[in-house]
Design a protein around this ligand. Sequence first.
Ligand code: FRU
Length: 286
Amino acid sequence: MRVLAVGGATLDIINRVTAFPDEDDELRAAAQRQCRGGNATNTLVVLTQLGHHCSWAGTLGDDAASRVIMSDLQQYGVDTEWVTIQPGGVTPTSHIITSQATGSRTIIHYRDLPEYRIEAFEKIDLNNYDWIHFEGREVPAYEAMLRHARLTPHSATISLEIEKPREGIERLAAMADIVILAKAYASSQGFERAQDLFDSIRSRAESAMLFATWGVEGAWLQTVAGDTLHVPAYHPPEVIDTLGAGDVFNAGVIDGLLAASDPAAVLCNAVRLAGEKCGHRGLRIA
Ligand code: FRU
């Protein structure tokens, strides 16, 4: 199936340490690697491995980091026709510490690059896609794109990821068929239970299927009819690297729903895919 995702790409500079440092510590990394990251593109490289034809709509600077990102996407077969290269722009970076002791990932993200613009998005023929996924970012830009996607005739399903709090981001939920909420967002809003999170979002997204990732506790979904399901986390034999696990979950949800699997099976498979990812480094799937 054909999937378009709108959102970010970054250059990830990943330092692996045996244990997370204290503030003002100095320590030597056990290993370092640089690679492409960013939620939307992470989701797409998993979807291409699951057999989908994927396109990315996003912005990059015109620098060395952007060439690393473009070449990685091309290696995975992700179409980059809709990418905007910002003249003089600087590609976003994430300095990431992954801890061998726990598998945790701590991210310092830097971004000084304009968001993807509605004018670029309007040029895309949405009829060419079965699924359009938005990584919920700067609200005015994404609101304009989601509105356009909602009002243009096409038969694609529209999904939205809400990972972090942003002023007014809940407004975007009304325009999506599928909303995937992350625990970081839930915690920022003071929700300790997925059910409370669903209750709060439901009035803004009356006809959406809702998903919520809950870290080691697994994930939840609520159907449009209001039935709630929970699947416990899948634990790999050893937790090696959790970086991008949420993005892999999103790919699992999109893949499952494109295959028209029933909601419980979709949730189980997405949790399993994300859990398996934590058992190894990077986003290659078996
Ligand atoms: C993982 C990730 C990283 C990126 C960061 C951006 O989910 O996409 O690859 O650096 O999050 O917020």
